[in-house]
Design a binder for this molecule. Sequence first.
Ligand code: S3P
Length: 174
Amino acid sequence: MTTKPNIVLVGFMGTGKTAVGKRLASRLGMAFTDMDAIIVEREGRPVTRIFAEEGEPYFRACERALAVELSETAGRVVATGGGIVLDSGNIRDFDRTGLVVCLTATPEAILQRVQHDTQRPLLADGDKLTKIIDLLDKRRNLYEAIPCRVDTSSMPIIAVVNEVIHRYQEYCAD
Ligand code: S3P
């Protein structure tokens, strides 16, 4: 049984949580869990349909239940959805299981990464950059409350992965 603390990646859409998480997990020999992918699999429908058919509160309840479940595990890299910070219980629970890392990026960098995406209901309809700026503004305090943050705006994925590994090693050494 593994006793390694988890690494939980949080951050706005398009900050690289999934891409970084997969590489981190393979570098560190840890399991990788993508929360959105698990919710989609359990629900049997994509996030856009969950939002459209059940509403955002239902999706948040799925996220909350899964966060509680994952908080019982160890040795895992978890990529959360961008809205995980909306329920402070999620961060509190994840904090107990390991290192919570917030990936950040400028609105322009985020736009570049999500501009052709059709799977993010909160960025659908209207001007994407305006939506990103508005939503980032609303959530700014929640992301900034996480002490361990890495700005991914102009860093290649490999450099972000190395930086998170460095922070994790420090965390484990404490
Ligand atoms: C959301 C982010 C998405 C997904 C859902 C809601 C958000 O995940 O959970 O569309 O509220 O920021 P990603 O951050 O992986 O895009």
